[in-house]
Design a protein around this ligand. Sequence first.
Ligand code: ASN
Ligand code: ZN
Length: 333
Amino acid sequence: EWQAVENGTGNTQYSGQVTLGSTQSGSTYNLTDAGRGSHKTYNLNRGTSGTGTLFSGPDDVWGNGQASNLETAGADAAYGAGLTWDYYKNVHGRSGIRGDGVGAYSRVHYGNNYINAFWQDSCFCMTYGDGAGNAKPLTSIDVAAHEMTHGVTAATAKLVYSGESGGLNEATSDIFAAAVEFHGNNAQDKGDYLVGEKIDINGDGTPLRYMDKPSKDGASKDAWYSGIGGIDVHYSSGPANHWFYLLSEGSGAKTVNDVNYDSPTSDGLPVTGIGREKAALIWYKALTTKFNSTTNYAAARTGTLAVATELYGATSAEVKSVTNAWAGINVGA
Ligand code: ASN
Ligand code: ZN
């Protein structure tokens, strides 16, 4: 049956009114993004298995900006998936999570009062809870990009999700969550080095994680130490997130998109930022050409230095900053 490729309107909770890819089949519109690997967005309607139902309806308008409208979470999830697709495609030339042009799918309204989101390789899909109490639906851009990036890591370096490689796996998701958010440049959710700042998961307005100084969350580490492989991967990610911030923006105080940061170094020496585009390119190339399943912090340093040397030359300012950013989280010489 013939399906028309459409551009619908999403009225999201976090990103305002946006354009969403959709398809039209007869008089029915579907939240299937034909321009991005036919990524589909489903409503689990509080179920916890299967796909539920594909978002569809008589018009090409999705959600009303309020969480009480069941389409709204679908609009946010579809938008986040679209921005993530566009980031990998336009910045890194990667067509989809596996690089094969095939879209994943998203499921929203998972279970009851579920305060998390997750990626599964088994279904090649992402799932979002609605939150509970103060915690809002998990469907923000950075959470979408974080989860989808778990798929990219699984398709490339395959970093084992425990020990130091687990921390690097988590950091990879936070790094590209920030990169996607900056690249999307949505007026209501501009880029930042915070993770989950829209969700209010702590109920006091603070984000889930901080990349400039990860220890601000009370559990993540700012720098590598010999026992870091023994802590939760969402905390052992801290040093690598911090490395990405230092390499992007440099050490010390800085304001970006109206958010104030103050990034220290573990050695007390300054780091000069090279910009987040170069920093993300170095991490992406290291992830896809240097890292493997057991890469640890020391090996990540070696891999990123090799990439930076290939890209910019051994005596470049970029290699110097990569070196200094690793030293600033207690990795290396
Ligand atoms: N939201 C968590 C994460 O992506 C869930 C998980 O898979 N560990 O890190
Ligand atoms: Zn994660």
